[in-house]
Design a protein around this ligand. Structure first.
Ligand SMILES: Cc1ncc(COP(=O)(O)O)c(C=O)c1O
Length: 368
């Protein structure tokens, strides 16, 4: 009996997802009361009050299944993105949409291209579908689209581009993206994962939805988890051609977005002030962190998102633990293949200051 193989070979090679450490776990482990989490690029200001109200209202109806078609949310998103309703995708997090891209389009042996050290869901989806991952190293912590273009071939089914890139915060410019998409074969789908879209202010950032409107085989993904601060509800969205949207609809789980998530997302879309306030806070936090990191002589990658990728110049593992002991959770670079780096999410001013004070203390004490 013991030599019976139950698990698919490709599943045996998968590693379970390692999230940023939860606050409660750190409180328990280190006996701390005050713990701050700057590890998962969440929004410290929290959701729009309109979203919270919508959540309370929707909570009264949870005995019913949610709207399977996300009727109201899809229409609001179509208006928001200026595309047709049939082009809109909604999932329980953009993670689900990435997963569904695998189910709908990736066959065993297909090539799936991404940069090395990527956001893990791209790699996970390729592995789950028994595809061949093609890793193209970043250059200066940025996607090297020229090198990626050289690796394209008839077997390339999906290319994942995180823009801004998690974990480095860099962007791919409109010019770079246009040159790349011109080289993409007809049968290749380009996924532009724009989870941090709303934080970007650089005019060189691509208008990715134009590619969708032109009918290119591009899938643009965005989320309510980041700037809209609804990470706990899991709702992501996207836009693509009707052809690709139809295929994604076939593999979607029934009732995949909860009624509470739909209501909160819909209400959030109407609150531009919450988005503007978060952007301002983030801009100020980045400026503060850059100043302080320079004072500590630590190098960092200028960020277009709500996190900073910085080089400690020493193994990140020990620094991570020392920061935990001081009640500060960050993300270690080793999960992204960069063992001397950490990624820190911007917080409230007092949280940023607490992170810097803890880091200074830990580095001053010669950790590592
Ligand atoms: C680049 C990127 N894409 C997608 C996601 C997942 O977002 P969601 O919460 O919508 O699944 C994240 C979350 O960290 C991310 O960093």
């Amino acid at each position: 009996m013991s030599d019976v193989r139950l698990t698919r070979r490709c599943v045996e090679r998968l590693k379970p997802y390692r999230p940023g450490k939860p606050i409660e776990e750190v409180q328990r482990e280190f006996g701390l009361r005050e713990v701050i989490k700057l590890a998962s690029n969440e929004n410290p200001l929290g959701p729009s009050p309109a979203a919270v109200e919508a959540i309370l209202r929707a909570s009264k109806e949870v005995r019913l299944y949610p709207d399977n078609d996300c009727y109201h949310l899809k229409r609001a998103l179509a208006a928001h993105l200026d595309v047709e309703v049939e082009q809109i995708l909604v999932g329980h997090g953009s993670d689900e949409l990435i997963h569904n891209i695998g189910l709908a389009f990736i066959s065993p042996g297909d090539e799936v291209m991404m940069c090395s050290g990527p956001f893990s869901q791209y790699e996970f989806t390729a592995a789950l579908m028994d595809a061949r991952p093609v890793y193209v190293p970043m250059r200066d912590f940025r996607y090297d689209l020229e090198a990626m273009a050289r690796r394209l071939n008839r077997r390339t089914k999906v290319v994942f581009i995180g823009n801004p890139t998690n974990p480095t915060g860099a962007i791919v410019t409109a010019e770079e993206l246009a040159a790349f998409t011109a080289a993409v074969p007809d049968a290749t789908i380009v996924v532009l994962d724009e989870a941090y879209y709303e934080y970007v202010s650089d005019p060189a950032y691509p208008r990715s939805l134009d590619l969708v409107r032109q009918g290119r085989r591009v899938i643009v993904l965005r989320t309510f988890s980041k700037i809209y601060a609804l990470a706990g509800l899991r709702v992501g969205y996207g836009a693509t051609t009707t052809e690709l949207a139809e295929a994604l609809e076939r593999v979607r789980e029934p009732f995949n977005v909860s009624s509470i998530a739909q209501a909160a997302a819909l209400a959030s879309l109407g609150d531009e002030e919450q988005v503007a306030r978060t952007r301002t806070l983030n801009r100020d936090s980045l400026a503060y962190l850059y100043r302080e990191l320079e004072r500590l002589h630590l190098s960092y990658t200028p960020s277009h998102a709500n996190f900073v990728w910085l080089d400690l110049g020493r193994d990140c593992g020990e620094v991570f633990v020392e920061l935990l002991k001081r009640g500060v959770i960050v993300r270690t670079g080793d999960v992204f293949g960069a063992p001397t780096h950490i990624r820190v999410t911007t917080g409230l001013p007092e949280q940023n200051a607490r992170f810097i004070a803890a880091l200074e203390e830990v580095l001053g004490a010669g950790a590592g």
